[in-house]
Write a protein that binds this ligand. Structure first.
Ligand code: SAH
Length: 251
Protein backbone atom coordinates (compact mmCIF):
# COMPACT_ATOMS: atom_id res chain seq x y z
CA UNK A 1 0.00 0.00 0.00
CA UNK A 2 1.19 3.52 -0.71
CA UNK A 3 0.87 6.28 1.88
CA UNK A 4 -2.56 7.45 0.76
CA UNK A 5 -3.91 3.89 0.81
CA UNK A 6 -2.51 3.46 4.32
CA UNK A 7 -4.20 6.66 5.47
CA UNK A 8 -7.50 5.43 4.04
CA UNK A 9 -6.94 2.12 5.81
CA UNK A 10 -6.34 3.89 9.15
CA UNK A 11 -9.27 6.32 8.89
CA UNK A 12 -12.11 4.71 6.91
CA UNK A 13 -13.65 2.91 9.92
CA UNK A 14 -13.61 6.07 12.02
CA UNK A 15 -16.60 8.18 12.96
CA UNK A 16 -14.64 11.26 11.93
CA UNK A 17 -11.39 11.95 10.12
CA UNK A 18 -10.60 15.16 11.98
CA UNK A 19 -11.43 16.95 15.25
CA UNK A 20 -15.10 17.85 15.61
CA UNK A 21 -18.39 16.97 17.27
CA UNK A 22 -22.09 16.74 16.47
CA UNK A 23 -22.89 19.38 19.12
CA UNK A 24 -20.34 21.73 17.57
CA UNK A 25 -21.79 21.22 14.08
CA UNK A 26 -25.17 22.07 15.61
CA UNK A 27 -23.71 25.19 17.19
CA UNK A 28 -22.42 26.31 13.78
CA UNK A 29 -25.87 25.66 12.29
CA UNK A 30 -27.41 27.77 15.01
CA UNK A 31 -24.94 30.62 14.41
CA UNK A 32 -25.68 30.48 10.66
CA UNK A 33 -29.31 31.47 11.23
CA UNK A 34 -30.44 28.89 8.65
CA UNK A 35 -33.65 27.09 9.44
CA UNK A 36 -35.52 24.00 8.34
CA UNK A 37 -38.29 24.08 5.80
CA UNK A 38 -36.40 26.32 3.37
CA UNK A 39 -35.51 23.51 0.93
CA UNK A 40 -31.84 24.26 1.50
CA UNK A 41 -29.07 23.07 -0.82
CA UNK A 42 -25.80 22.55 1.02
CA UNK A 43 -22.39 21.14 0.11
CA UNK A 44 -20.16 19.49 2.73
CA UNK A 45 -16.66 19.70 1.27
CA UNK A 46 -13.99 17.24 2.40
CA UNK A 47 -16.79 15.36 4.13
CA UNK A 48 -14.82 12.19 4.97
CA UNK A 49 -17.25 9.55 6.22
CA UNK A 50 -19.82 12.27 6.80
CA UNK A 51 -20.29 13.02 10.51
CA UNK A 52 -21.25 16.64 9.73
CA UNK A 53 -23.14 15.70 6.56
CA UNK A 54 -25.62 13.66 8.59
CA UNK A 55 -26.22 16.46 11.11
CA UNK A 56 -26.90 18.95 8.30
CA UNK A 57 -29.32 16.60 6.51
CA UNK A 58 -31.11 15.66 9.72
CA UNK A 59 -31.31 18.96 11.61
CA UNK A 60 -31.91 21.26 8.63
CA UNK A 61 -33.79 18.79 6.44
CA UNK A 62 -31.40 20.01 3.75
CA UNK A 63 -30.33 18.34 0.51
CA UNK A 64 -26.65 17.81 1.11
CA UNK A 65 -24.01 17.03 -1.50
CA UNK A 66 -21.15 15.31 0.31
CA UNK A 67 -17.87 15.92 -1.52
CA UNK A 68 -14.58 14.13 -1.00
CA UNK A 69 -11.85 12.99 -3.34
CA UNK A 70 -11.64 9.56 -1.68
CA UNK A 71 -14.41 7.21 -2.90
CA UNK A 72 -13.67 4.83 0.00
CA UNK A 73 -14.87 7.44 2.51
CA UNK A 74 -17.93 8.25 0.37
CA UNK A 75 -18.90 4.57 0.33
CA UNK A 76 -18.88 4.52 4.16
CA UNK A 77 -20.89 7.73 4.18
CA UNK A 78 -23.55 6.33 1.83
CA UNK A 79 -23.95 3.21 3.95
CA UNK A 80 -24.32 5.25 7.16
CA UNK A 81 -26.78 7.64 5.48
CA UNK A 82 -28.92 4.74 4.37
CA UNK A 83 -28.87 3.22 7.83
CA UNK A 84 -29.98 6.55 9.33
CA UNK A 85 -32.78 6.83 6.75
CA UNK A 86 -31.13 9.95 5.31
CA UNK A 87 -30.16 8.60 1.90
CA UNK A 88 -32.95 10.56 0.20
CA UNK A 89 -31.33 13.82 1.33
CA UNK A 90 -27.65 13.03 0.88
CA UNK A 91 -25.83 12.52 -2.38
CA UNK A 92 -22.13 11.90 -2.73
CA UNK A 93 -19.75 13.46 -5.19
CA UNK A 94 -16.18 12.29 -5.75
CA UNK A 95 -14.37 15.47 -6.72
CA UNK A 96 -11.44 17.58 -5.69
CA UNK A 97 -12.19 20.67 -3.64
CA UNK A 98 -10.16 22.81 -6.03
CA UNK A 99 -12.21 21.73 -9.08
CA UNK A 100 -15.82 21.64 -7.90
CA UNK A 101 -18.52 21.18 -10.54
CA UNK A 102 -21.24 23.29 -8.85
CA UNK A 103 -23.06 26.01 -10.74
CA UNK A 104 -22.46 29.59 -9.73
CA UNK A 105 -24.81 30.89 -7.03
CA UNK A 106 -26.45 27.48 -6.65
CA UNK A 107 -25.84 26.73 -2.95
CA UNK A 108 -27.47 28.10 0.20
CA UNK A 109 -24.48 27.06 2.27
CA UNK A 110 -21.09 25.40 2.19
CA UNK A 111 -19.86 23.49 5.23
CA UNK A 112 -16.32 22.13 5.54
CA UNK A 113 -14.92 20.69 8.77
CA UNK A 114 -11.17 20.16 9.07
CA UNK A 115 -10.58 20.00 5.34
CA UNK A 116 -10.08 23.42 3.74
CA UNK A 117 -6.38 23.36 4.71
CA UNK A 118 -5.88 20.84 1.91
CA UNK A 119 -6.14 23.66 -0.61
CA UNK A 120 -5.37 26.45 1.87
CA UNK A 121 -7.87 28.65 3.69
CA UNK A 122 -7.40 31.74 1.53
CA UNK A 123 -7.67 29.91 -1.77
CA UNK A 124 -10.61 27.87 -0.51
CA UNK A 125 -12.76 30.75 0.69
CA UNK A 126 -11.89 32.73 -2.42
CA UNK A 127 -12.74 30.01 -4.93
CA UNK A 128 -15.84 28.60 -3.19
CA UNK A 129 -17.57 31.99 -2.89
CA UNK A 130 -18.96 31.91 -6.43
CA UNK A 131 -20.97 28.74 -5.71
CA UNK A 132 -22.90 30.49 -2.93
CA UNK A 133 -26.08 32.43 -3.48
CA UNK A 134 -25.74 36.08 -2.38
CA UNK A 135 -26.27 35.99 1.38
CA UNK A 136 -25.32 32.30 1.47
CA UNK A 137 -23.42 30.79 4.38
CA UNK A 138 -19.85 29.53 4.60
CA UNK A 139 -19.03 27.46 7.72
CA UNK A 140 -15.52 26.04 8.06
CA UNK A 141 -13.29 24.75 10.80
CA UNK A 142 -9.60 25.53 10.47
CA UNK A 143 -6.40 25.15 12.47
CA UNK A 144 -6.08 28.33 14.55
CA UNK A 145 -3.68 29.88 17.05
CA UNK A 146 -5.72 30.51 20.18
CA UNK A 147 -3.32 33.09 21.65
CA UNK A 148 -1.17 35.91 20.32
CA UNK A 149 2.05 34.09 21.25
CA UNK A 150 2.98 30.42 21.60
CA UNK A 151 5.89 28.11 22.41
CA UNK A 152 8.51 27.88 19.64
CA UNK A 153 8.34 24.09 19.40
CA UNK A 154 4.63 24.23 18.67
CA UNK A 155 4.94 27.13 16.27
CA UNK A 156 7.67 25.40 14.27
CA UNK A 157 5.78 22.13 14.01
CA UNK A 158 2.55 23.60 12.72
CA UNK A 159 4.12 26.20 10.45
CA UNK A 160 5.97 23.36 8.76
CA UNK A 161 2.79 21.28 8.44
CA UNK A 162 0.51 24.14 7.43
CA UNK A 163 1.99 27.48 6.48
CA UNK A 164 -1.37 29.29 6.82
CA UNK A 165 -1.94 28.51 10.52
CA UNK A 166 -2.90 31.84 12.10
CA UNK A 167 -5.06 33.60 14.69
CA UNK A 168 -8.85 33.93 14.46
CA UNK A 169 -8.60 37.66 13.79
CA UNK A 170 -6.28 37.00 10.81
CA UNK A 171 -8.68 34.37 9.42
CA UNK A 172 -11.64 36.73 9.79
CA UNK A 173 -9.74 39.40 7.91
CA UNK A 174 -9.21 36.94 5.05
CA UNK A 175 -12.95 36.28 5.04
CA UNK A 176 -13.66 40.02 4.89
CA UNK A 177 -11.10 40.53 2.12
CA UNK A 178 -12.82 37.86 0.06
CA UNK A 179 -16.39 39.08 0.17
CA UNK A 180 -17.73 37.53 3.37
CA UNK A 181 -19.12 39.01 6.53
CA UNK A 182 -18.11 36.95 9.62
CA UNK A 183 -21.17 36.21 11.75
CA UNK A 184 -19.91 33.65 14.26
CA UNK A 185 -16.78 32.13 15.74
CA UNK A 186 -15.96 29.58 18.39
CA UNK A 187 -13.02 27.29 19.17
CA UNK A 188 -13.68 23.56 19.29
CA UNK A 189 -13.38 22.27 22.86
CA UNK A 190 -10.61 19.79 23.73
CA UNK A 191 -12.91 16.81 23.75
CA UNK A 192 -13.50 17.27 20.00
CA UNK A 193 -9.80 16.48 19.58
CA UNK A 194 -9.22 13.96 22.33
CA UNK A 195 -12.48 12.03 22.83
CA UNK A 196 -13.81 12.29 19.28
CA UNK A 197 -10.64 12.02 17.22
CA UNK A 198 -7.30 11.15 18.83
CA UNK A 199 -8.38 8.51 21.39
CA UNK A 200 -10.44 6.46 18.90
CA UNK A 201 -7.51 6.71 16.45
CA UNK A 202 -5.07 5.43 19.06
CA UNK A 203 -7.36 2.47 19.66
CA UNK A 204 -7.11 1.57 15.96
CA UNK A 205 -3.27 1.65 15.83
CA UNK A 206 -2.65 -1.98 16.90
CA UNK A 207 -5.01 -3.49 14.31
CA UNK A 208 -3.76 -1.08 11.66
CA UNK A 209 -0.15 -2.12 12.24
CA UNK A 210 -1.05 -5.82 12.31
CA UNK A 211 -3.09 -5.55 9.09
CA UNK A 212 -0.13 -3.92 7.40
CA UNK A 213 2.51 -6.36 8.71
CA UNK A 214 4.17 -3.58 10.72
CA UNK A 215 5.57 -2.09 7.51
CA UNK A 216 7.94 0.86 7.85
CA UNK A 217 5.42 3.13 6.13
CA UNK A 218 2.63 2.10 8.54
CA UNK A 219 4.89 2.60 11.55
CA UNK A 220 5.87 6.04 10.30
CA UNK A 221 2.21 7.05 10.07
CA UNK A 222 1.58 5.91 13.65
CA UNK A 223 4.71 7.68 14.97
CA UNK A 224 3.75 10.93 13.24
CA UNK A 225 0.24 10.76 14.73
CA UNK A 226 1.59 9.94 18.21
CA UNK A 227 3.94 12.92 17.97
CA UNK A 228 1.07 15.20 16.98
CA UNK A 229 -1.15 13.84 19.76
CA UNK A 230 1.54 14.43 22.42
CA UNK A 231 2.05 17.95 21.09
CA UNK A 232 -1.67 18.65 21.30
CA UNK A 233 -1.87 17.27 24.84
CA UNK A 234 0.95 19.57 25.92
CA UNK A 235 -0.16 22.70 24.08
CA UNK A 236 -3.94 22.61 23.68
CA UNK A 237 -4.17 26.05 25.28
CA UNK A 238 -2.40 27.54 22.26
CA UNK A 239 -3.73 25.74 19.22
CA UNK A 240 -7.05 24.29 18.15
CA UNK A 241 -9.67 24.39 15.48
CA UNK A 242 -11.56 27.63 15.05
CA UNK A 243 -15.06 27.30 13.61
CA UNK A 244 -15.86 30.25 11.32
CA UNK A 245 -19.36 31.07 10.15
CA UNK A 246 -19.66 33.83 7.55
CA UNK A 247 -22.21 35.21 5.12
CA UNK A 248 -21.47 35.92 1.48
CA UNK A 249 -21.94 39.61 0.86
CA UNK A 250 -24.68 40.52 -1.60
CA UNK A 251 -22.71 41.99 -4.50
N1 SAH B 1 -14.99 16.59 7.44
C1 SAH B 1 -14.56 15.26 7.85
C2 SAH B 1 -13.19 14.86 7.28
C3 SAH B 1 -12.02 15.76 7.65
S1 SAH B 1 -10.45 15.10 7.12
C4 SAH B 1 -14.52 15.19 9.35
O1 SAH B 1 -14.48 16.25 10.00
O2 SAH B 1 -14.54 14.09 9.89
C5 SAH B 1 -10.19 15.92 5.57
C6 SAH B 1 -10.95 15.31 4.40
O3 SAH B 1 -10.64 16.03 3.22
C7 SAH B 1 -10.60 13.85 4.10
O4 SAH B 1 -11.78 13.08 4.03
C8 SAH B 1 -9.89 13.89 2.76
O5 SAH B 1 -10.12 12.75 1.96
C9 SAH B 1 -10.50 15.13 2.15
N2 SAH B 1 -9.65 15.77 1.14
C10 SAH B 1 -8.31 16.01 1.19
N3 SAH B 1 -7.90 16.64 0.09
C11 SAH B 1 -9.01 16.80 -0.70
C12 SAH B 1 -9.24 17.40 -1.98
N4 SAH B 1 -8.25 17.96 -2.67
N5 SAH B 1 -10.50 17.39 -2.46
C13 SAH B 1 -11.51 16.83 -1.78
N6 SAH B 1 -11.36 16.27 -0.56
C14 SAH B 1 -10.13 16.24 -0.04
Amino acid sequence: MNELELLVDLHRDAERQGPGGDEETRLSVSLSGLSTGEGLKIADIGCGTGAATRVLAEDLGASVTAVDFLPEFLAELSAAAEQAGLDGRIETLAASMDALPFEEQSLDAIWSEGAIYNMGFRKGVESWRRFLKPGGILAVSELTWLTDERPAELQQHWEKQYAEVDTASAKMRILEENGYSPIGYFALPERCWLDNYYRPMQQRFADFLARNAHSTAAQEIVSAEEFEIALYERYSAYVGYGYYVARRTRD
